[in-house]
Design a protein around this ligand. Structure first.
Ligand SMILES: Cc1cc2nc3c(=O)[nH]c(=O)nc-3n(C[C@H](O)[C@H](O)[C@H](O)COP(=O)(O)OP(=O)(O)OC[C@H]3O[C@@H](n4cnc5c(N)ncnc54)[C@H](O)[C@@H]3O)c2cc1C
Length: 452
């Protein structure tokens, strides 16, 4: 029989509640006639054996259709397989690339909205005899939102432009855009809530009910929060992007970590590896073809001098390469476990990427005669803010609490600090942590139940 039988439960199927067609990744066991491995299928949602068991509800994205889908002996003709057996993971990861551009594009939209509300509200809300925007503590938040929105749009533009020029492999740039966009958008929405004060915490519905403008700032914060978790969590993006660097390094510098190699061989391997970083990181940080030609062509003419920022990017990219190289030789095979270090390296890379994108965009706007002066100002403000973050991250590469934190975690897990939790009343009781997801007949009717 030329068909597969799918069994299992999928938690968190976005649109799975209402879909007619499902794309399913399933593990095919290896056998005489089957290569096996993770394989993609397109499955009709009304196939016998498919049940929507539960509709999930979340902190944000309350309009999302998302549920638990159970497959009980679902027959899928082989013709509905997508690609070859074992190609499923690659297909899944490839589709992620698209999400990693659309998600940060939504974050740009969120930034623009935050800027609009921040401007409108902070200009009219008066405290201590002046609009709150004119108090420095609030003003700094507004400047952060404006500058970051400008840079984030530049990052998405640059990464999308590279995606359109099919020749570029944009995995790293898309991943950086996802990582940076989701993190910065959350910070911007959080600052907006602060700027709105008590009204920031109040729901739009409640505001409207008592006659004020229905501004959903708290909803924006709730809706954006998931972006740091799905489509690759921040922690996983850090590892994924870092691995790109470290893997390439390992293949170049295999000799370097081989204990049997002579010192001379190691030195040669080290030189090769260092060469790789010096080429790759500046490219990562600036995009191919952007440096150095672009910034030599900048015309500051009365505008802030963005060329100094691009020189800073280049200098920092080299420093980043040296730091990574040093860490490689220090930790060697254990490098992968140094997640604190790797996270900071990647965060620096993301800031440098955003700085170059912001400068390039400002220059494009100037050249096209559109808002050139303002764009230069925003790019300049962003780069100054970003540089402070980069300097802090560089400092924390080697001065941090990573080792101490590991000890505290060991204490927490072993129960040494259990006394600290005394006083907690736990209304959640002692229920199971992970619901039973074992395949088997559902307790509910074995039909697809769209919940609309
Ligand atoms: C609203 C919503 C919609 C979703 N839609 C879909 C969908 O349509 N299709 C789909 O397939 N999935 C979907 N998901 C699932 C989503 O992709 C996962 O929740 C996400 O990938 C995180 O996995 P997890 O929840 O199992 O977290 P876990 O893997 O349990 O992670 C817990 C924490 O540990 C961290 N962590 C995990 N591994 C490591 C590691 N090796 N090193 C360091 N830190 C680590 C994580 O970053 C996280 O902070 C959805 C989830 C939600 C909430």
């Amino acid at each position: 029989d030329d068909a597969y039988v799918l069994d299992g439960v999928k938690l968190w199927t976005t649109n799975g509640v209402v879909a007619d067609l499902l794309v399913v990744m399933a593990r095919v066991p290896k056998s005489e006639n089957h290569r096996g491995g993770i394989t993609a299928f397109v499955v009709e949602a009304d196939s016998p054996g498919i049940t929507v068991e539960h509709r999930n509800a979340f902190m944000g994205l309350r309009g999302l259709e998302n549920g638990v889908t159970r497959f009980h002996r679902v027959r899928v003709p082989a013709a509905q397989r997508i690609g070859a057996e074992g190609a499923g993971l690659k297909i899944a990861l490839t589709t992620l690339n698209t999400g990693r551009l659309s998600l940060p594009a939504m974050c740009v939209g969120a930034g623009k909205w935050c800027l609009k509300i921040a401007r409108e509200w902070s200009g009219v809300r008066e405290q201590w005899g002046r609009p709150v925007a004119r108090h420095e503590a609030v003003g700094a938040k507004i400047s952060f939102i404006a500058a970051t929105t400008f840079a984030l749009e530049a990052v998405v533009d640059l990464a999308s432009q590279m995606a359109d020029e099919d020749r570029n492999d944009i995995r790293i740039e898309a991943a950086l855009a996802k990582l940076y966009g989701s993190e910065m958008a959350c910070l911007m929405a959080d600052e907006l809530v602060q700027i709105r004060g008590g009204r920031g915490f109040e729901t739009a519905e409640s505001l409207a009910a008592r006659g004020e403008r229905a501004v959903p700032a708290e909803q924006m914060l709730r809706d954006l929060r998931i972006n740091r978790i799905f489509e690759g969590s921040t922690e996983i993006m850090h590892l994924l992007i870092a691995r790109e660097a470290v893997d390439a390094h390992l293949s170049v510098a295999g000799d370097l970590i081989d204990p049997d190699k002579a010192l001379g061989d190691k030195a040669k391997a080290g030189a090769r590896a260092a060469g790789f970083y010096a080429r790759w990181l500046p490219r990562l940080a600036t995009g191919p073809g952007q440096v150095p030609g672009t910034y030599r062509a900048f015309h500051p003419g009365g505008h802030p001098d963005l060329a100094t920022h691009l020189r800073y990017v280049e200098r920092s990219a080299r420093k980043l390469a040296r730091s990574t190289f040093y860490a490689m030789s220090r930790w060697q095979g254990r490098m992968e476990t140094k997640q604190g270090f790797l996270g900071r390296i990647v965060d620096i890379g993301a800031e440098l990427f955003a700085m170059s994108a912001a400068c390039v965009r400002a220059e494009h706007l100037r050249a096209s005669g559109e808002h050139g002066r303002e764009a230069y100002q925003l790019a300049d403000a962003f780069c100054e803010q970003s540089r402070l973050r980069v300097e802090e991250l560089f400092g924390r590469l080697w001065a941090n609490t990573d080792d101490l934190d590991r000890k505290v975690v060991a204490g927490v897990l072993s129960g040494t600090y259990a006394w600290l939790e005394e006083g907690v009343l736990d209304p959640s009781g002692e229920g199971p942590w992970i619901a039973d997801a074992a395949p088997g007949p559902s307790t509910q009717k074995n039909v697809h139940r769209p919940i609309r």
